[in-house]
Design a protein around this ligand. Structure first.
Ligand SMILES: Nc1ncnc2c1ncn2[C@@H]1O[C@H](COP(=O)(O)OP(=O)(O)OP(=O)(O)O)[C@@H](O)[C@H]1O
Ligand SMILES: [Mg+2]
Length: 349
């Protein structure tokens, strides 16, 4: 899939405008503060309903704007077109539309357009809290499996029910009903995640050999439950009650990266951590691609991390395998449609 058109209003500093993109490479350049990252952010919000910069939607609203609207037209390899729209106002919150139909939940909307995000100095995935890695993984699996999106959505609904039980004087029967449903869903979720992880892991190893050839990088999945989940839930009730939430389950798993067999977050240099973060995003895009979903690469100034050889490697890879959006103060010396971005105005040049 590739993003052919975008229309914006009320989003950050970006003017109201309509844009047409190239199927392969789009290069955004211009002065600091012009709006390059804002444009990448708008595309990410259109694809997943959420920003890579903030969890507060109100921050994305233009200073003087009553609401924002991001609308896009995407085309598939089979020339099918998709129209999507994200709307936000402080009173109405966010609304998602796909081909004119409103989608009620972000988790169900996210991933209709398979976007992979590469940010400058993005070490959050390495040193940040587990919630970020889980969101990354859930988005990644969700991109190639609608069923997974439904399962996660349903699991969180049931989890909220159990958490509510923990806060009052509930009976074993009440717990039993929800826990059984949780265990059913969790088994399905772990199964699908496991399948995804196998492919993702091998792409990660392949990409890390290409971009960090001097080091051995490895991924390790950290599962919060190793015994039978239903039994673990039942045994955990008393402790969970004290914490007022469910401590075990697919919503608590994590993963880590090992650099030469040691945790990267503790022993890796900043440069190695940044490269590993890029490798995660690359592996994610590769996995989407091998599942038949051509990725859209959003890259914000990442060449600043790389030497010329790796930069060329990355550009070639992205524009050969999917659609690239690349932002930097100076346009790189590669082919593509160029856009000059200044004071919120994006002009093809
Ligand atoms: N909610 C908002 N409403 C209006 N303007 C905003 C909002 N949030 C941020 N801005 C403005 O957007 C500009 C930053 O845009 P952006 O981060 O996209 O710049 P950039 O082109 O990526 O710059 P750089 O090259 O420095 O990374 C700033 O001038 C900032 O004040
Ligand atoms: Mg920027």
């Amino acid at each position: 899939m590739w993003l052919a058109e975008l229309s914006l209003s009320g989003f950050r500093n970006l003017r109201e405008q309509n844009l047409e993109f190239d199927q392969r490479a789009n290069l955004l350049f211009g002065p600091n503060g012009g709006g390059k990252t804002n444009l990448l952010e708008a595309i990410a919000v259109l694809a997943s309903g959420r920003s890579f910069r903030t969890i507060q939607d109100s921050q994305m609203l233009g200073f003087e704007a009553p609401h924002f609207r991001i609308a896009g037209k995407a085309k598939s390899q089979t020339h099918r077109t998709y129209n999507a729209r994200v709307y936000y106002s402080p009173a109405e919150r966010k609304h998602y539309f796909l081909d004119k139909k409103e989608i009620s939940k972000r988790t169900l909307f996210s991933g209709w357009l398979p976007v992979s995000v590469f940010l400058l100095d993005d070490r959050r995935m390495i040193s940040g809290p587990p919630a970020q890695r889980r969101a990354f993984l859930d988005d990644a699996v969700g991109k190639i499996s609608r069923t997974y999106r439904f399962l996660m959505h349903e699991f969180h609904r049931v989890l909220a029910q159990r958490n509510a039980l923990l806060k009052r004087n509930s009976t074993a029967e009440e717990f039993g009903v929800w826990e059984e449903r949780m265990a059913e869903l969790a088994a399905d979720i772990w199964q699908r995640r496991g399948e995804y992880w196998k492919k993702f892991n091998s792409h990660f190893v392949e990409m890390s050999r290409r971009f960090l050839p001097q080091n051995e990088l490895r991924l390790e999945y950290l599962q919060s439950v190793t015994a039978d989940y239903l039994t673990a839930l039942e045994r955990g009730r008393e402790t969970d009650r004290r914490f007022s939430h469910t401590r075990l389950g697919p919503h608590r798993d994590d993963f880590r990266i090992l650099l030469n067999a040691r945790p990267l977050r503790s022993f890796g240099s900043y440069g190695q951590q940044r490269m590993a973060a890029l490798t995660l995003a690359l592996a994610e895009a590769e996995t989407a691609l091998s599942a038949g979903r051509q990725p859209i690469y959003l890259m914000d100034d990442v060449a600043a991390e790389l030497d010329n050889v790796n930069t060329k490697l990355l550009f070639d890879l992205a524009s050969a395998k999917g659609q690239l959006f690349y932002a930097a103060a100076q346009p790189p010396r590669v082919d593509g449609k160029r856009f000059h971005v200044k004071a919120g105005k994006i002009k093809p040049v």
